[in-house]
Design a protein around this ligand. Structure first.
Ligand code: CA2
Length: 140
């Protein structure tokens, strides 16, 4: 079993800025923890981060025929990108959308996610536990 973890724009600043919203863990902390957890359970986890929409689409294309599931936090592209939704629509496996913050108690422009239309499940507001819960679910 192989899972892709995809994080989108600005998430490379996790743990360094806006810690009141996104917490103190860095993206490297999250990836390191999840890779270790997956390894213990004999599952392969590949972690990707990009600040570019086209690059995120390339990563999703790489996922076709290459992994079973995707965990994705597309950052603000979740609220704007039909292109990422189209790319995810071609993928056959399970997709879990994660948001660190609760997008529904923030600005109204964050309340809509195009990705949710395709996601099998959406986790929002659990902080980094959202990623851990997504992984737990996928390897259940
Ligand atoms: O809550 C989430 O995970 C979001 O996907 C994060 C996005 C935001 O646009 C979404 O509405 C909700 C923003 C990611 C920015 O990450 C930063 C991390 C630290 C410091 C500054 C930005």
């Amino acid at each position: 079993m192989k899972i892709f973890l995809i994080n989108g724009p600005n998430l490379n600043f996790l743990g360094q800025r806006q810690t009141n919203i996104y917490g103190f863990n860095t993206l490297t902390d999250i990836e390191t923890f999840l890779i270790k957890k997956a390894k213990n359970l004999k599952v392969k986890l590949e972690c990707y981060h990009s600040n570019y929409e086209g690059h995120i689409i390339d990563i999703i294309h790489r996922a076709y025929n290459n992994c079973n599931s995707i965990i994705i936090n597309a950052g603000a592209y979740s609220h704007t990108s039909i292109t990422i939704l189209d790319a995810l629509n071609i993928f056959n496996g399970t997709i879990i959308e994660v948001h660190i913050s609760n997008i529904y108690n923030r600005e109204t422009f964050r309340h809509k996610s195009f990705i949710s239309k395709r996601a099998n499940a959406v986790i929002s507001g659990l902080g980094v536990y959202g990623y851990i819960s997504a992984l737990n679910y996928l390897i259940k």
